[in-house]
Design a protein around this ligand. Structure first.
Ligand code: ADE
Length: 242
């Protein structure tokens, strides 16, 4: 199967995975990032902190593909809910990703990636199906200890841009423009573009930390500090062990 890359934008989003790596993992430092190479719950992995944003995600994806020869790339972390059906605590697995801030009009269509002739990048169906199964099992067991409601698991479009959306008007505009987008984040579609260009399968799993509204900064920070790590391990451990 080859080595799996697991990427996250902030330390809290991958901290539990780094801590759970089997003994013997090694660190390689490339382009101001640490890449932890070893096995996680028996699966050969390289785990890295990309940092936030599209450029950081694209650089990190290129490195794991070119330097570590990974066979699949998984990006995980938090996202702001956009679709009315998506609530804080839910899990979203991408079926495709797009860059909501790409706008090279009038040279190219709105959201079109110039010279690639496409707006969307499809996630790998097999890896996404494993993530969905594992997320549904996690949700069926009640999700987080003490959680008020069972999280729901969604499969659909994730929209990426270099904007932390903390503004009701911008969220409203994005909802109108992208009615099928489930959530917003800042890395997935950039990693997806790089993987597409290299022909490497990829998937994205996000947990909803906020509603991309005026309270997003506070909600995001609370979720990041208190809850993010419980989801990642809760969903990925059974998947990697299977
Ligand atoms: N990631 C988590 N919440 C987000 C938001 N509101 N906007 C962009 N990325 C996010």
């Amino acid at each position: 199967m080859g080595r799996l890359a697991i990427l996250g934008a902030l330390h809290e989003e991958i901290a539990d995975l780094l801590a759970a790596m089997d003994p013997g993992a090694e660190t390689r430092r490339i382009a101001m990032r640490d890449f932890q190479v070893g096995t996680l719950w028996g699966t050969p992995c390289v785990i890295a902190l990309s940092r936030i944003g599209k450029v950081a995600a694209a650089a990190t994806a290129s490195i794991v593909i070119q330097e570590f020869g990974v066979s699949r790339v998984l990006f995980t972390g938090l996202a702001g809910g956009l679709h009315p059906q998506v609530r804080v605590g839910d899990v979203v697995v991408a079926d495709a990703l797009m860059q909501h801030d790409m706008d090279a009009r009038p040279l190219f269509g709105r959201h079109e990636i110039p010279l690639l002739g496409r707006e969307r990048f499809d996630a790998d169906a097999a890896l996404s199906a494993l993530l969905l199964d594992s997320a549904r099992d996690f949700a069926a067991k009640g999700g987080l200890p003490g959680a008020a409601a069972q999280p729901r698991v969604h499969h659909g479009l994730i929209a990426t841009g270099d904007i932390f959306v903390n503004d009701n008007d911008l969220a409203h505009d994005l909802r109108q423009r992208l009615p099928d987008a489930l959530c917003l984040e800042m890395e997935g579609a950039a990693m997806a573009q790089v993987c597409h260009e290299f022909g490497v399968p990829f998937a994205v799993m996000r947990v909803i930390s906020d509603s991309a509204d005026h309270a997003a900064k506070t909600d995001f920070t609370d979720f990041l500090v208190n809850l993010a790590r419980l989801y990642t391990a809760g969903i990925l451990k059974p998947l990697l062990q299977s």
